[in-house]
Design a protein around this ligand. Structure first.
Ligand SMILES: Nc1ncnc2c1ncn2[C@@H]1O[C@H](COP(=O)(O)OP(=O)(O)OP(=O)(O)O)[C@@H](O)[C@H]1O
Ligand SMILES: [Mg+2]
Length: 364
């Protein structure tokens, strides 16, 4: 801002300096040297052209007017006794105004076309970004669709034999006395079958998510319900979940059970990321008709390369993770017409955002 002002002042300074120099030369040069006066008279075109170029029509006309006044004083003072020559000089004055108008107008045209070009450039950049985003989404959707089909097929095939194995393991385990070393194998088999059962139902949920049953919902209630369910797990490692809500609530139109699950997935990740102690902060804000909830943890954060992949199915960095928590969440949020994204600075924790349009007529 200051820079622009300084440049403007410099330009005004140059014009004033030129006008004063030429005028002083006019006044100081003897009238017996008319050829020099002719040169000065034409030199006035320079500040007029500059003013028209830099300050468009108004600047050009103001300079022409100032010059005309000074020039008239000079003609009147020095050339009054030479009416023919004086007339010739007076006749020059309208030319100053014509030039001011012409250069000012051309300069305005040039500025307008530059502005139009800049606007078109900015619009093009936005369109390009949108196109890239859409392309990314398409790629993600495509990957999800094919992975979903494949995993759903496998999960479906595994599910029935798994149920039989689960039943068989239960029955076999019952007959083994508690002191028998085989009891330990029975309990391992039971635990592993339960893990497989969780995995298959997660895969099925991922590939065939239920249609959302949307209700007008207070997001605070969803957050509270999700926090209640993970509080025990958080307390076990000394982590506190803090909520900072706005006084005024905006309702959203979502399936509360599905969004609760999304928040649970994010909260569990946040708890897992924070190995001991610390706190997780849940905040909210409303912006451009959107309710935005944020969950910030104080864990190690996520590197930029991993940040690109966390919503991909089966992407996990955990030994026991399936890598489906966030991809299921992504789908659930999308099916509820919302958005989910994360930001992170490695070493400074991660922040997960979910946003949904505010239910307009229903805000209280
Ligand atoms: N709050 C977080 N801080 C750091 N990394 C995170 C966080 N949340 C997610 N991640 C990264 O994203 C990966 C994917 O998360 P996602 O919830 O989909 O799967 P997961 O937690 O590994 O397994 P699960 O399917 O059991 O949830 C995680 O393995 C982890 O690397
Ligand atoms: Mg997870």
């Amino acid at each position: 801002m200051n820079n622009i002002l300084n440049r403007k002042l410099l330009k005004i300074g140059i014009i004033v300096l030129l006008v004063l120099t030429i005028t002083i030369l006019h006044f100081a040069t003897s009238i017996h040297r008319p050829s020099l006066h002719q040169i000065y008279q034409r030199s006035y075109y320079i500040p007029i052209v500059l003013a028209g170029f830099w300050f468009e029509i108004l600047g050009g006309l103001a300079t022409a007017l100032g010059l005309a006044v000074l020039f008239i004083v000079h003609i009147w003072r020095d050339w009054a006794h030479h009416p023919d020559y004086a007339f010739q000089q007076y006749a020059e004055i309208p030319t100053y105004f014509v030039i001011a108008l012409l250069v000012g107008y051309l300069s305005r045209l040039q500025r307008k076309s530059r502005e139009n070009l800049e606007k078109a450039g900015a619009e093009l950049a936005t369109a390009y970004k949108k196109l890239n985003d859409t392309f990314d989404q398409l790629r993600h959707a495509d990957r999800l669709a094919s992975l979903g089909q494949l995993s759903a097929g496998i999960a479906h095939e595994i599910r029935n034999p798994l149920a039989s194995i689960q039943g068989a393991v239960e029955i076999l385990g019952q007959d083994v006395p508690a002191e028998d070393p085989k009891k330990e194998f029975a309990s391992i088999a039971k635990k592993e079958v339960a893990r497989l059962e969780k995995l298959t139902s997660e895969i099925l949920q991922f590939s065939k998510p239920a249609t959302p049953q949307k209700l007008r919902t207070d997001p605070h209630e969803i957050i509270e319900a999700a926090c209640r369910l993970v509080t025990d797990q958080a307390h076990k490692q000394g982590t506190e979940i803090l909520r900072r809500f706005n006084e005024q609530t905006n309702n959203i139109q979502v399936d509360p059970e599905q969004i609760k699950q999304v928040l649970i997935n994010i909260l569990i990740n946040a708890i897992q990321a924070q190995s001991k102690g610390g706190s997780i902060l849940v905040t909210e804000r409303t912006e451009n008709g959107e309710w935005i909830g944020a969950i910030q943890d104080a864990g190690p954060g996520i590197s930029p390369e991993q940040l690109d992949r966390i919503f991909d199915p089966f992407f996990t960095t955990k030994r026991e993770g399936t890598g489906l928590g966030l991809s299921i969440s992504y789908q659930l949020v999308k099916n509820n017409e919302g958005r989910i994204w994360a930001t992170s600075k490695p070493g400074q924790g991660a922040c997960f955002f979910t946003s949904f349009p505010v239910s307009v007529s229903e805000s209280k």
